[in-house]
Design a protein around this ligand. Sequence first.
Ligand SMILES: C[S@@+](CC[C@H](N)C(=O)[O-])C[C@H]1O[C@@H](n2cnc3c(N)ncnc32)[C@H](O)[C@@H]1O
Length: 309
Amino acid sequence: MQPDLWFFILSTKCDRREHAWGRFCFLARYKRIQIAQILPKRNRTLKKTNNKRNGQHTNWDAVANWYDGWMGKKGSHHHRHLAVPTVMQMLKPATNDRVLDIGCGQGVLAKPILQSGATYAGIDASQKLLTIAKKRHAQHPKARFLLADATKLDSYTYLKANLFSCGVFLLSIQDMSPLDKVLRSVSHCLMENGRLIILMTHPCFRIPRQSGWGWDKQRKLRYRRIDNYLTKLQVPMKTHKHGTTRSYHRPLQTYINELGNNGFMIDQIREIPIGDLMKSDRSKAEKRADMEFPLFLAIRAVKIVDSHK
Ligand SMILES: C[S@@+](CC[C@H](N)C(=O)[O-])C[C@H]1O[C@@H](n2cnc3c(N)ncnc32)[C@H](O)[C@@H]1O
C-alpha cells in the first residue's frame, strides 16, 4: 500500500488533537526527516535524559525511605507470607551454602538465610537501601552487603567467579535490565550445580498497566484481563510520590530462553496465587479468582554449564 494511503487512514481514524503528534511523527519518518533536527532544544534535552535512564538500572535511592517504611523490618505482607517462605522452601539453604541475594534492597532475605546457617551476601545498586540493610544485618559475622550493578557482577574483583553456591532474585529481576547481561553476570558468580531461585510477579498474569481484574456480569465471574503479553515493556512505576522506578515486562519465553542461554536448567517452577492472603471480606467470586490466578511465579534453576568461559 502507498505510504500516502497509510497516512490518510491514520489521519481519518485519529481524533484530531490527541493524535496530531502521532501523525506528524508518522509523516516525518516517512519523509525520512530527523525529528531531532526539528524538536525544540528543551525537548531534545529531555530525550537525552530519558535515554540515560533507559540504561542498566533506575536508582532506588529516591524511594529508599518510602520502600523501607512500606516493608518494615520483617517485609511486606506478601514477603512474609508468600515470597520469603517460597524462596526458603525452594532453596533449602544448608550451613555450608554461600547465598548471593541479587537486588537485596533493605535486606529482607538476610535474616532467614542467616538463620539457616548459610553465608549471605546482598548486592544492590542503591546505596541508601544498602545502608539500611547494613544497619540491620551487617553485624552478623556471615553477612556482607556490596554496592554492585547486577548487569556486570563479573567486573568486581571481590565477586570472584564460581564463588556462590546459590543465587536469589527476590522480587528484583523485573526491575533489572537487560536480562541477558544480568543472567550472564550471575552465572559467572555461581559455581557449577549452583541453584538459582527467581521469585517474581507472574509475567503471564501480572503485567504492569496491561493486566487487571474484570467482572463478567452474565456469568457472575471475576476474570483476569490481559491487554498485552508478548511485547516487552519498560514501565515507569509511579505508585509512590517520591520517585519513579522502572519495571520490565518480558514474556515467559524470554526468561526461560535466557536462563538456557546462560547455562541454567530449570528443575522446578511454582505458580503462586495470593489465595487467602488478602482481606477476608471478599465475595465468593473474588476468593475463587484469588485461588485460580497465580500472580507470582517462582523458578528454580541449576547452573549446569559455564557459559561465560
Ligand atoms: C523491588 S526491589 C526488591 C528488593 C528486595 N529484594 C525485596 O524483596 O525487598 C528491587 C531492587 O532491585 C535493585 N536493582 C534494580 N536494578 C539493579 C541492578 N542493575 N543492580 C543491582 N540492583 C538493582 C533496586 O535497587 C531494588 O533494591
